[in-house]
Design a protein. Structure first.
Length: 73
């Protein structure tokens, strides 16, 4: 599955956020509840900041690289 998600909006629907981050809806909901992602409720729907997803994924990648480096020492 090499399909690329092309999303340019600063705010994503809940479904778009799941697709963009390539995670399930439970994960996005938990990250919103934990304050790891920025989101807003608009009526009965949620929108999620694309930048907060990018920041979270960058930080998670950095942590993995540090952990692997520690293991390889």
């Amino acid at each position: 599955m090499t399909e690329s998600i092309q999303i340019t909006s600063a705010w994503l629907t809940f479904k778009e956020a799941c697709e963009y981050a390539r995670v399930g809806h439970h994960t996005i909901r938990q990250l919103l509840n934990d304050g790891e992602l920025t989101g807003r409720r608009v009526g009965r729907k949620w929108i999620v900041s694309r930048q907060s997803i990018d920041d979270y994924l960058s930080e998670a990648t950095r942590k993995v690289k540090v952990a692997v480096g520690e293991i390889l020492r």
